[in-house]
Design a protein around this ligand. Structure first.
Ligand code: UGA
Length: 363
């Protein structure tokens, strides 16, 4: 297939590009920069286009017309940005993505749209007046693609603008499916993690996700900060598991993915952010710390406002119901929590060593 991958140089896009090329597809990858794709730039089946789809010069329409399948990964997906530039988060994640979808409708192309588990928002158990028999029962935090309600905070908590933008995009795709027979598949990733997830805070212009903050702390000794005590929970999904499922969606056996939404996530890998900090610290001490005399970073608590600024709110807990991916695609995640973190941390430890070696060699 000739696949157009928009946002190909991001974390998910770079891993997916690797798989698509291995499977023999021709990939045109479009992104602002190619840092995470340097291994593929000379691959005979890969074309990289350094382009901003927001630019008036963008030839997106022609690129879509010439492809067999469009994969849209373009997004601002880090909570720090929802707080800092909410309007731009809306524009990119809704307005610009809508242009891509509408071009796919015009040219009758199948679209795989990456959305987010953030559309589900908070759990019923988190509501102030919730009167649940057992609020801890995972059933209250297990989200299903076609039946779960979405629970978001007030407008003044502008973290939710991202969730809303993605939700609206999903609803518009659904409507195009109904009215025009548009063929799309929506993917809702549940905290994918692995090599290249984000730059570490000391290298990044953006505010990265929690893994990178904690990894940065382990490498520099700065405190690991738990936002609001680190009680919120996430299910971390190793990128190899995630890409396996994404690739099955690309293949779309028997057209089972047509006009469907899929959760992709590892329901058994649930951790609180505090548990994650402790686990990463233990793994670091056991596997990667070179000098046991150097103290491990302390774990401290900060408020959401202090860490992110005004307008912060959070998903308290989210567990993917993956029955659909299991039954329609025969997919099952295999990576457990510890291995997922260990393998991801190993990448950053090695990267740091390489950076130190090359800066010493440059002296
Ligand atoms: C983000 C995005 O909003 C999702 O769209 C995306 O799907 C998801 O990442 C993902 O990686 O898949 P979130 O899990 O909230 O969602 O992102 P993080 O920034 O990694 O935050 C996770 C939790 O850690 C939050 O409770 C946050 O407050 C906390 N945190 C973050 C800390 O306790 N300490 C930090 O240093 C950073």
């Amino acid at each position: 297939m000739r696949i157009l991958s928009l946002g190909a140089a991001g974390f998910i896009g770079s891993h997916l590009t690797d798989r698509l090329l291995k499977e023999g597809h021709h990939v045109t990858g479009l992104d602002l920069q190619a840092d995470k794709l340097t291994d593929y730039l000379t691959h005979p089946n890969f074309t990289f286009l350094r382009q901003d789809i927001r630019s008036p010069e963008s030839n997106l329409d022609r690129l879509i017309q010439e492809s067999d399948l469009v994969i849209d990964l373009i997004a601002y997906a880090n909570p720090g940005l929802y707080l800092r530039i909410p309007l731009e988060v809306f524009r990119l994640n809704f307005t610009e993505n809508l242009k891509i979808a509408e071009a796919c409708v015009r040219h009758n192309k199948r679209l795989i749209q990456f959305s987010t588990c953030e559309v589900y928002g908070r759990t019923a158990a988190s509501l102030k007046n919730a009167q649940l028999l057992n609020p801890e029962d995972p059933i209250h935090a297990t989200f299903s693609e076609d039946t779960s309600e979405f629970i978001l905070g007030p407008v003044s908590k502008h973290r939710w603008i991202y969730s809303c933008a993605k939700q609206l995009l999903e609803r518009v795709l659904h409507a195009y499916g109904l009215e025009h027979g548009f063929n799309y598949t929506i993917i809702r990733p549940f905290n994918f993690i692995g090599p290249k997830i984000d730059y570490l805070p000391q290298q990044a212009a953006d505010i990265p996700r929690v893994f990178s903050f904690f990894m940065g702390s382990l490498l520099t000794g700065a405190p690991m900060k738990l936002v609001n005590g680190g009680t919120n929970r996430r299910c971390y999904t190793y990128i190899d598991d995630a890409v396996e499922c994404c690739y099955r969606i690309v293949e779309n056996p028997g057209a089972v993915c047509d006009r469907q939404i899929f959760n992709i996530g590892s329901p058994h890998n649930e951790v609180s952010i505090r548990q994650m900090a402790e686990l990463m610290r233990n793994i670091y001490a056991e596997k990667f710390r070179e000098n046991p005399a150097v103290p491990l970073p302390e774990i401290v608590s900060v408020s959401g406002e202090e860490f992110y600024g005004e307008g912060y709110d959070d998903s308290d807990r989210r567990i993917p119901d993956i029955t659909k991916a299991r039954t329609l695609l025969g997919w099952e995640p295999v990576w457990g929590t510890r291995d997922t973190f260990e393998r991801t941390m190993e990448y950053y430890v090695n990267e740091q060593c390489e950076a130190m070696t090359s800066s010493l060699a440059g002296r």
